[in-house]
Design a protein around this ligand. Structure first.
Ligand code: ADP
Ligand code: MG
Length: 397
């Protein structure tokens, strides 16, 4: 169970509360193209406002690499929040984040007011977790709340360093919900528990398998992850994504699955193409049938049936990583079929990973899932069994 203090354990009235949010939203110019993350932060912000806190929000956005860059300004977020909260959110546009504007704005706050600081990654110290910036951030506030699940796996000034200088540190609703869903899904799941892994970030994801094999009943592998396993079975994979350094690891994982009695499934057929292009010539081949000059871009029809069958009795499903290149209609069938299958299941379904979430939303099935995680990397590290520094640093209950 979640054993950290949450905002409801704090006395916040009249206090300056620094809230680390995840406002790392996609922008087109100064237009926010997806407000999911802003919406995800609202429950915590509203709770604090209603309970008379002085709410000081901070976040990173993109990778300005430690310098002020106007295209990474949080100004559009302040505007969006103002509209959503029905109250002006004062934007403290300091290039050094904690500057004259921020100090003045905070000094002028009344209970229930909201101030947003500039992008924390305008400061080079942020991602290096250097104390000077942590201390500056802390100097604005009395209490710290972390609600940025998406960066909880990083020890940065605004996620971890700041807790060295503020005695009280608690989790917001979003982090609490994420940990409850992810934690229950792997530590006390309704069974059978099935994990579905795919996508293209193979080297950063493949190590989750070792821990998942301790927990799941079935592990389904698709997407770019599959070819390293095929190779480990002695099959050629042509120009498909391959992590040559992990072939032995893949073998070990297959052995481990067998010893543990965990079903580990890899595709029995693959949609291959002559190029990474929707209009490239393509066909479906069986195991061992990927020729030189071809690359696997989706799971085939037989695999879809096999995976649906493996999912049909599941009571909990954790999904991270698309089954194919779902952005191209010719290679989206596998991903869409799995999304539809999960949507129709009478089970707890937890979706993590930016592209997996995008795929589910693209299929119009987002609201059919039990939980859509806001943090791909963080949810994966959590599933790997790692401690998330941004959460470890919060006060215990
Ligand atoms: P997530 O964002 O859900 O964590 P990843 O970032 O690991 O997932 O991977 C998503 C990407 O994987 C998608 O852009 C998709 O096109 C790509 N992908 C899936 N299958 C393949 C494949 N067989 N070959 C190349 N890319 C793939
Ligand atoms: Mg991704």
């Amino acid at each position: 169970m979640f054993n950290k203090k949450t905002i409801e354990d704090l006395q916040v009235r009249g206090k300056r509360v620094l809230v680390r949010c995840d406002f790392n939203v996609p922008l087109d110019g100064d237009k926010i193209t997806d407000e999911t993350r802003i919406n995800g932060a609202l429950p915590t912000i509203k709770y604090l406002m209603e309970n008379g806190a002085k709410v000081i929000l901070c976040s990173h956005m993109g990778k300005p690499k430690g310098e002020p860059k106007p295209e990474f300004s949080l100004a559009p977020v302040a505007k969006s929040l103002t509209a959503k909260l029905g109250k002006e959110v004062v934007f403290a546009a300091d290039d050094n984040v904690v500057g004259e504007n921020a100090k003045k704005a905070v000094a002028e706050m009344n209970d229930g007011d909201v101030v947003l600081l500039q992008n924390t990654r305008y400061r080079a110290e942020e991602t290096k977790n250097i104390d000077t910036f942590s201390e500056e951030l802390a100097s604005l506030a009395d209490v710290f709340v972390n609600d940025a699940f998406g960066t909880a796996h990083r020890a940065h000034c605004s996620t971890e360093g700041v807790t060295k200088y503020l005695k009280e540190a608690a989790a917001g609703y979003l982090i609490q919900k994420e940990i409850e869903y992810l934690g229950n899904a792997v530590d006390s799941p309704a069974r059978p528990l099935v994990a579905v892994l795919g996508g293209s970030k193979v080297s950063s994801k493949i190590s989750v398998i070792n821990n998942l094999l301790e927990k799941v009943d079935t592990l389904i592998i698709g997407g770019g992850m599959a070819y390293t396993f095929m190779k480990a079975c002695g099959e050629e994979v042509g120009d498909s994504l391959l992590e040559a350094d992990f072939i032995d690891y893949a073998k070990e994982m297959m052995d481990k699955a067998e010893k543990k009695g965990v079903k580990l499934l890899i595709p029995v057929d693959t949609v291959v193409a002559t190029a990474f292009d929707n209009d490239a010539e393509h066909k479906t081949v069986g195991r061992g049938g990927i020729e030189a000059g071809w690359q696997g871009l989706d799971i085939g029809e037989k695999t879809i049936e096999l995976y649906k069958d493996a999912l049909k009795d599941a009571k909990t499903v954790v999904w991270n990583g698309p089954m194919g290149v779902f952005e191209m209609p010719n290679f989206a069938k596998g991903t869409n079929a799995i999304a539809q299958m999960l949507a129709d299941l009478d089970a707890i379904t937890v979706i993590g990973g930016g592209d997996s979430v995008a795929a589910v939303n693209q299929a119009g099935l987002g609201d059919k899932m039990s939980h859509i995680s806001t943090g791909g990397g963080a949810s994966l590290e959590f599933l790997e069994g790692k401690e998330l520094p941004g959460i470890v640093a919060l006060n215990d209950k």
